[in-house]
Design a protein around this ligand. Structure first.
Ligand code: LLP
Length: 870
């Protein structure tokens, strides 16, 4: 297919063409495309409410007061013309057209059947003809450009489709549109900004037909296909499709990228954002479809395209209410051919289309979409009566079908299994998996649906982190909670040090800057806890020498996970008492244990293998046992370090079974240890783990301490609830009271260093591509791998433009040759420029220590703020 070049087709729905605000936005959108050298075709719906009025004329021509109705329609258009300060001549065009509406009404009163539908279509088609006249005039005036008004009926011709009913052919028409260079050439002769009507087309005889309510989206898709457009844009009331109904679930997330089939499925299983029929023409022609809000054009939206490589992911939880369930039971159907055919024939005879089916040897259960089919009680009763001749029938009304939607959904079964907790104590009438592998659907009682949807959404979507496809929540987009980012910045140590930081960035290039003041603040917060006897800083989080010295100065111990970390501490602080070092190796070689024992540091065993295989090296030693408490926690699956999927720790049952081994080598078990994960914000975690260790400690009279690990989380996304440290302390004080002198130890890493560090990097280049805007910085995943590895969120600000309004959404990327080299997705930032200094916050833990030389690019170096700025 040849591209006719550079067309964007943009459709604006009824509400979008009815208010000054959205019409201003319409003009801005057209202008932006025009300035980017695109040709634009604007497809418009009728003004809000007008199609409903026209429908009244077609539905009950005898009952309407046509004079009154025409007057209202004229008034509505006149009002808009006035508000837009358009010349009165525009009113006159509308008024003249309305005269023909009265004639059509007359015809409807006398006509019969086929010509009746033709006239109905003509009436329904009026609304878009009125609105398009106004929009064309408005755009021409507002943009001072030539804007041509095109009659859609000259370009969109419907399929003949003799097998369809006459009514459908006129009122629910379909077109088959192919790319046509000839049409594109002919259209461009009218100009490069065109306005046309949605919803309307013509048939082979040149009569007006319409595409079914909501069909303007489909018109726009037809034009996009005809023109081989670069992009189809559907501007509506909401910024795209969401992972749930945002009016009920403010935590529903914007679906920033969708595959055509996923979008189709979401459109068909509940969301009413897109006309389901509009996607096929776009998909066939491979045209990306963007859905955004005409009221908030900078709030992003959904980009629907072919996503061949994307991983399967749950995208939405959708609901259809008013579902009717019919169960047909008989023992006769077992091994009896034809039962299904007989039963389904009865449905066909009653004109009822079946939505879902589930079968067993003696039962076939189906659902009907009650709301869309508007099924009356009598129809159901007569269906049931006829079915009753071949089976036992149970009808269940008021059901809801709740669907979990996403591409290749069957590959996600393990993920879904955890979410199925939501079904505890609920009866599910029916469960189906769609043959197209796009949904699992559960039919339940309607009154149970809201709660279930919320739980499924929490489990499957809210708990997911930032991703290219799941954007921000509705609540964040519309400031129902302040996104908190500004407040976060104001409270950060670096907020009033912008000038100095910019200077550092320009002198040192990309760098991690640490504030020792912040480190000390965090240390003091920990040291104020009453319940904890000793702290060991988990130096894997950040082993910068200045930071280690700050820790040393406050006399905390050090938790090390490699013999190199142990040696590093001994080198830095040669006079340190080795008992202030805790060595917690995992699958380390034998020599590391031997060296640790020689050095006299505290040693933790997290596996019985060393004892079973080289038990002699532990002869008469004091050891700590790392226990798997059974439940992991943490900000991401990769950092949960207890439970069945984690490689760490000795299960409680194995510990008790190994008592002989301890006795054989006369080992003194002095401590029990656990660390269940990292980035934990729930304050009960440490008490729960402490209880497991407390229980076990009863079997080891030599125990002196319980080490409850690290894992204390910090707020990463501004709207998270901070860890309640006072609550952790209070709960552990209580635990300690029952421990009879056994000490409590903690080994935090992140809590001490994360917020003290920021990564600075300058903007290198900017780019707009397929609807996304990229902002490139000097360094990427080679310095900070957390976003790529865990989808971790780090606040990002443009330091150079801290005071400018954040109006542009950028995906912040580094220079590394991997698509995953992203530091932040779709972040709202000020319009940024090459050379601006970007600050990536909360980078003091697991930042520099996890950096690499990948691509032979040196990672950001480390500097200490107080050493540079006195
Ligand atoms: N103790 C042990 C035995 C540990 O394995 C860890 C961390 C800690 C203490 C300290 O945990 P913290 O207080 O920092 O949460 N790279 C990941 C974090 C991995 C944590 C590994 N173990 C991240 O960037 O989130």
């Amino acid at each position: 297919m040849t591209s006719n070049g550079n067309w964007v087709v943009a459709k604006f729905g009824g509400t979008s063409v009815s208010s000054i605000l959205s019409l201003e936005n319409l003009a801005t959108i057209v202008q932006r495309h025009h300035q980017a050298n695109k040709k634009v075709m604007v497809v418009v719906s009728a003004l809000s409410g007008v199609s409903n009025k026209l429908e009244q004329i077609t539905q009950s021509p005898e009952a309407v007061n046509i004079e009154q109705l025409c007057h209202e329609v004229i008034e509505q258009h006149n009002k808009l013309v006035k508000e837009l300060a358009l010349p009165v001549s525009i009113n006159q065009i509308v008024e003249e057209k309305i005269i023909s509406l009265k004639d059509l009404h007359q015809k409807l009163l006398v006509e019969k059947l086929s010509s009746f539908f033709a006239t109905q279509a003509q009436v329904m088609a009026m609304g878009e003809q009125f609105s398009s006249v106004i929009i064309q005039a408005w755009l021409e005036q507002r943009l001072a450009l030539n804007v041509a008004l095109i009659d859609a009926r000259e370009w969109l011709v419907s399929e003949q489709q003799d097998q369809r009913s006459v009514a459908d052919r006129y009122l629910n028409a379909e077109c088959h549109i192919e790319a046509s260079e000839q049409s594109a050439k002919a259209l461009v002769k009218h100009g490069d900004v065109l306005v046309t009507q949605g919803f309307i087309a013509s048939n082979h005889c040149g009569e007006t037909v319409v595409l079914g309510r909501g069909g303007s989206d489909t018109s726009a898709a037809y034009f996009a296909a005809m023109l081989s457009a670069d992009r189809l844009e559907i501007w509506t009331d909401v910024p795209g499709m969401f992972s749930g109904n945002p009016r009920v679930l403010p935590e529903a997330r914007q679906l920033t990228q969708l595959d055509y089939r996923e979008a189709q499925e979401i459109a068909s299983t509940g969301a009413k954002v897109l006309h389901p029929r509009c996607l096929r023409p776009a998909r066939n022609a491979g045209i990306p479809v963007f859905v955004g809000s005409a009221f908030d054009i900078d709030k992003g939206g959904s980009l629907i395209c072919n996503m061949l490589q994307a991983e399967p992911q749950v995208k939405a939880i959708s609901v259809r209410e008013g579902v009717l369930l019919i169960a047909m039971e008989t023992s006769d159907m077992w091994q009896r051919p034809g039962f299904l055919a007989d039963a389904f024939n009865v449905f066909a005879k009653h004109g009822l289309s079946i939505d879902q089916v589930s079968t067993s040897e003696t039962n076939v259960t189906v659902t009907l979409d009650n709301l869309t089919q508007g099924i009356s009680q009598e129809r159901i009763a007569s269906l049931a009566a006829e079915l009753g001749a071949i089976c036992r029938v149970t009808v269940l009304e008021n059901c809801s079908a709740v669907s979990i939607v996403g591409r290749s959904i069957r590959m996600l079964l393990s993920q879904l299994s955890q979410a199925f907790e939501a079904f505890k104590n609920r009866s599910v009438h029916m469960l189906t998996q769609a043959a197209n592998n796009l949904n699992f659907t559960f039919v339940i009682d309607q009154n149970e649906a809201p709660q279930l949807v919320k739980q499924l959404h929490d489990n499957l979507i809210s708990s997911r982190r930032e991703s290219q496809q799941l954007g921000v929540t509705w609540a964040e987009l519309f400031g129902q909670h302040d996104s908190g980012e500004e407040e976060f910045a104001r409270r950060s140590w670096w907020f009033d040090k912008v000038g100095a930081l910019e200077q550092i960035a320009s002198e040192h290039g990309p760098c991690y800057v640490y504030s020792m003041q912040k480190v000390n603040e965090q240390l003091d917060r920990l040291l104020s806890l009453k319940s904890i006897d000793r702290f060991f800083y988990a130096m894997k989080a950040n082993s910068n020498a200045a930071l280690l010295s700050a820790v040393e100065e406050k006399q905390l111990g050090f938790e090390c996970v490699s013999i190199e970390e142990v040696r590093h501490i001994l080198n830095l602080f040669p006079s340190i008492n080795p008992q202030r070092i805790l060595f917690t190796p995992n699958f380390a070689p034998r020599e590391e244990y031997e060296e640790a024992l020689r050095l006299g540091v505290n040693l933790t065993l997290d596996n019985l293998y060393p004892l079973q295989q080289w038990g002699e090296i532990f002869d008469q030693q004091s050891l700590i046992l790392r226990i798997d408490t059974g439940t992991g926690r943490g900000h991401h699956q990769h950092v949960k370090t207890a439970g069945n999927e984690a490689k760490f720790g000795i299960p409680v049952s194995d510990v008790l079974g190994a008592k002989d081994l301890f006795e054989q080598y006369q080992i003194k078990v002095v401590g029990l240890h656990c660390h269940v994960g990292s980035g934990i914000l729930s304050s009960e975690n440490w008490l729960e783990n402490g209880r497991v260790l407390q229980e076990l400690a009863q079997h080891f009279p030599t125990i002196k301490f319980l080490d409850l690990g690290g894992g204390l989380g910090i707020v990463e996304k501004p709207q998270q609830q901070a860890l309640d440290l006072a609550a952790v302390d209070a709960s552990l004080v209580k635990l300690k009271e029952r421990l009879g002198g056994i000490e409590l130890w903690l080994e935090p890493g992140r809590f001490i260093s994360a917020e003290s560090g920021v990564l600075l990097a300058r903007v290198t280049q900017l780019k707009g591509k397929s609807g996304a805007r990229y902002l490139g910085v000097e360094t990427g995943m080679n310095s900070l791998i957390r976003p790529a590895l865990y989808g971790a969120y780090h606040p990002i600000v443009n330091l150079t433009r801290l005071k400018s309004p954040a109006v542009e959404r950028y995906t912040v990327v580094g220079p590394i040759c991997e698509t995953g080299d992203k530091l932040g997705l779709e972040r709202l930032l000020p319009v940024s420029h090459e050379g601006d200094v970007m600050l990536i916050a909360n980078a003091g833990a697991y930042g520099f220590v996890m950096s690499s030389q990948y691509n032979m690019r040196s990672p950001a170096k480390e500097v200490v703020f107080e050493n540079l700025v006195k």
